[in-house]
Design a protein around this ligand. Structure first.
Ligand code: SF4
Length: 206
C-alpha cells in the first residue's frame, strides 16, 4: 500500500490542526538555547528548567556564569556538563558576534557548540520562517511507519525524502505535524492506531 500524500496532509490537518513548537521562549536566544538543551530530553522538562533559568539570568549573566552554578541549574536535563559549557559558549558568541541576537545564518548557527543541522533547522524555521525539515526521533519513526521513507534511520536521507514529497511552503507545517503526531499518537511504544485517522500501511488492529 502506497500512502496518498494529499490524503495524509488532509488527515494531518484534522489531527494536528494547530501545529506549534512546544518549547516556551520569549527571546530569540532563549529558543536557540532551549532547542540545544532539548537533545535527549523532553520539551516539557526543558520548559520547566528554562522558565527558571531565563528568569534568573540574562544572556550576559549566562556568558559570565560559573559553570558549576549553571550545571546545577540544568542538571535534570541529562548531559548537563556538556550542555552547561554549550550554553555559556553560545551566550558569549551571540553577544560578541550579533549583539545577543540569533542571526538568520545557517552556517553560523551550525558552527555553535551543541547546535547541529537539526537544531539550526528548528531555529531557522521558528524564528525566520525558513522552510526546513527538522528530523528528530519522532519524525524518523513516523516517516518510517507511514512509509514516507524506505526503512532508514539516516536523518539526512529522511530530510531529503520529505523535502521531495512536500512543497517548500508546506515544510514547516508538515514538519511540526509529523513531530507532534509522533509525540502524542504514533508513539514509540503502543502507537494509538485506533484513534489515528491516517490510512497507514502499519496501522495495528486493537
Ligand atoms: S496508524 Fe498507527 S502506526 Fe500508522 S501513523 Fe497512525 S499511529 Fe502511527
Amino acid at each position: 500500500m502506497k500512502i496518498d500524500i494529499n490524503d495524509l496532509k488532509n488527515k494531518l490537518d484534522i489531527m494536528v490542526p494547530d501545529p506549534k513548537c512546544e518549547l516556551i521562549y520569549n527571546k530569540d536566544y532563549e529558543l536557540l538555547i532551549a532547542v540545544m538543551l532539548s537533545a535527549q530530553c523532553t520539551d516539557k522538562r526543558v520548559n520547566i528548567v528554562t522558565k527558571e533559568l531565563f528568569k534568573k539570568y540574562t544572556l550576559n549573566d549566562l556568558s559570565n556564569i560559573d559553570i558549576k552554578i549553571l550545571e546545577k541549574e540544568i542538571h535534570s536535563l541529562g548531559s548537563y556538563t556538556k550542555k552547561a559549557i554549550y550554553t555559556k559558549e553560545i551566550a558569549t558568541r551571540l553577544l560578541k558576534d550579533y549583539n545577543g541576537h540569533v542571526p538568520n545564518n545557517r552556517e553560523y548557527l551550525e558552527a555553535l557548540p551543541g547546535v547541529g543541522h537539526k537544531t539550526a533547522n528548528v531555529v531557522l524555521a521558528e524564528l525566520f520562517n525558513v522552510p526546513t525539515m527538522a528530523v528528530d526521533t519522532h519524525v524518523t519513526r513516523v516517516a518510517n511507519r507511514l512509509t514516507l521513507v524506505k526503512n532508514t534511520n539516516d536523518v539526512n536521507e529522511i530530510e531529503n525524502n520529505l523535502m521531495k514529497l512536500f512543497t517548500k511552503d508546506e515544510y514547516n507545517r508538515v514538519n511540526h505535524q509529523l513531530l507532534l503526531l509522533g509525540r502524542y499518537t504514533c508513539t514509540a511504544k503502543n502507537p494509538k492506531c485506533s484513534s489515528c485517522l491516517i490510512d497507514c500501511p502499519n496501522k495495528k488492529a486493537d
